[in-house]
Design a protein around this ligand. Structure first.
Ligand code: ADP
Ligand code: ZN
Ligand code: MG
Length: 475
């Protein structure tokens, strides 16, 4: 029997605010344990939370970018449960009135476009972190407690592991474009739980689902889902039943493992948070937030194709990251030819950045400097070949092309007389090859060009070299 997978995702994205959700503590990752805490976020009695306005704006911004309906009157709710990393004994979250409802994100896979509908996006505070480092104790770090967290829930519209991974890739791209989340899955600022079920192809109703946690890379999402889908299909084919449960992805062994069954699931006894006012978002505020939304990757890609005449693959790659697209447009604005700039970025620049694991924002070479280099090539000051060496130096040091070229004596030789002398030398020193060429071995031209280039350390203008060689050899 043919089976079809049904998947819905619950994504947690840490918001890029300077301070926490309900207090002024910093949110920086990697600080010494428990150094970014205060009475509010460690849950001392008698303290009062204050809403971080920026966090609300980030969620609304995301909702608008993902075509959601914004709840103009929403409120926070208490989600009660006990856990060592949750000192208050409850998490402030949203329940019946989340900030955003509905909406969708469009993905493209194998040339097919598909809308994945969203159920809701709400705002909550993160919990701390329990650290189990062996021994008969655990440690608790509350630096993360109270960091603003946005939860995005999708409808069960996803039908394969590949679609799920693609959804996450696109979502991450958009969140990074909006500047609301850094998308760092390894550090846990973007996390994803997947709900999975399978059903016989053609069946209307959904099957029993399991929930997989602990997938912190796109690769793991794809692998874990593939594993889980196959596991469920295997069980159903044998006539067995799927148990509704939470499963953990074990990346080392490449399997999902049962963590807890739904029977143990909590009743959180949600109720409206009495310490906070409801959140009202009027038209004015909504418009202010709307005005801050930058052009998103899809739209920017389309524009790059139209405006700069770029091939679709170039446009897609260059718009994956906002900083990269900005870099490109800055170079073009400064006079770089779009396709030439694209080639240098996708070739040399990205190769070097990837090799060193450096983000384009931190690149020492800036757009203006690439344009400076391109102008030296255009004006025949240096050859395209030398330009690559110059670019490497620019990349290492951040210095101007012109300065490097002067200092290293890399100026292209365009003086015809000088090149002519060298050409004559080469021909005199290789009489056998000259004879063979004249006897019809045309491909030896490349050999002569190579010799001239070697003698000039690659600095001779190739066009002049070719012209002179042809002239002399046919004389
Ligand atoms: P629960 O009550 O178990 O939390 P929800 O209905 O709130 O379940 O849905 C949680 C997530 O699970 C959503 O992303 C939703 O799309 C997805 N989901 C719901 N039912 C299924 C199903 N049968 N198979 C796969 N995913 C599902
Ligand atoms: Zn605090
Ligand atoms: Mg639910």
């Amino acid at each position: 029997m043919q089976y079809e997978a049904v998947i819905g995702l619950e994504i947690h994205a840490q918001l890029l605010t300077e301070s926490k959700m309900f207090c002024g503590c910093p949110t920086k990752f990697g600080a010494e344990p428990n150094t970014q805490t205060c009475p509010v976020c460690v849950g001392l009695p008698g303290v009062l939370p204050v809403i971080n306005k920026r966090a609300i704006e980030y969620v609304v911004k995301t909702g608008l970018a993902l075509n959601c309906e914004i709840t103009q009157y929403s409120r926070f709710a208490r989600k009660n449960y006990f856990y060592p990393d949750l000192p208050k004994g409850y998490q402030i979250s949203q329940y019946e009135l989340p900030l955003c409802r509905g909406g969708y994100l469009e993905i493209a896979l194998n040339g097919r476009r598909k809308k994945i509908r969203l159920t809701r996006i709400h705002l909550e505070e993160d919990a701390g972190k329990n650290i189990h480092e062996g021994g008969d104790y655990s440690l608790v770090d509350l630096n993360r407690a109270g960091v603003p967290l946005m939860e995005i829930v999708t409808e069960p519209d996803i039908r394969s592991a590949q679609e799920a991974a693609e959804f996450m890739r696109r979502l991450r791209m958009i969140l990074r474009y909006l500047g609301v989340c850094d998308g760092n899955m390894e550090q846990g600022s973007l996390r994803c739980d997947a709900n999975v079920s399978v059903r016989p192809a053609g069946q209307e109703g959904f099957g029993v689902k399991t929930e997989i946690k602990n997938m912190n890379s796109f690769k793991f999402i794809e692998k874990a889902l593939e594993y889980e889908i196959n596991r469920q299909i295997r069980l159903l084919s044998k006539g067995e039943k799927i148990v509704q449960e939470t499963r953990l992805w074990d990346a080392k062994r490449g399997i999902t493992e049962s963590m807890r069954s739904k029977e143990e699931a909590h009743d959180y006894r949600y109720f409206p948070e009495p310490d906070l006012m409801p959140v009202e978002i009027d038209e004015g505020w909504l418009n202010e937030i709307r005005a801050q939304i930058v052009e998103l990757p899809d739209a920017r890609m389309e524009r790059f194709i139209k405006e700069y005449n770029l091939p679709e693959d170039d446009a897609r790659l260059l718009t994956e990251e906002r900083a990269m697209a900005d870099w490109f447009e800055e170079a073009v604005r400064l006079g770089g030819h779009p396709k030439t700039v694209a080639n240098w970025m996708m070739g040399e620049l990205l190769r070097l950045l990837n090799k060193d694991g450096i983000q384009i924002e931190d690149s020492k070479v800036k757009p203006a400097q690439l344009v400076g280099l391109l102008s030296l090539i255009d004006r025949d000051v240096i050859s395209g070949k030398i330009a690559k060496t110059v670019f490497e130096e620019m990349y290492q040091t951040g210095r101007e092309a012109e300065v490097i070229v002067k200092e290293k004596g890399l100026l292209q030789i365009t003086d015809t007389e000088e090149i002519e002398r060298i050409v004559e030398d080469i021909l005199n020193n290789n009489p056998k090859e000259v004879e063979r060429f004249r006897a019809g071995e045309q491909k030896l031209l490349g050999f002569f060009v190579g010799q001239v280039m070697k003698a000039t350390k690659g600095k001779a203008n190739p066009r002049i070299v070719n012209e002179l060689l042809r002239k002399k050899l046919s004389a």
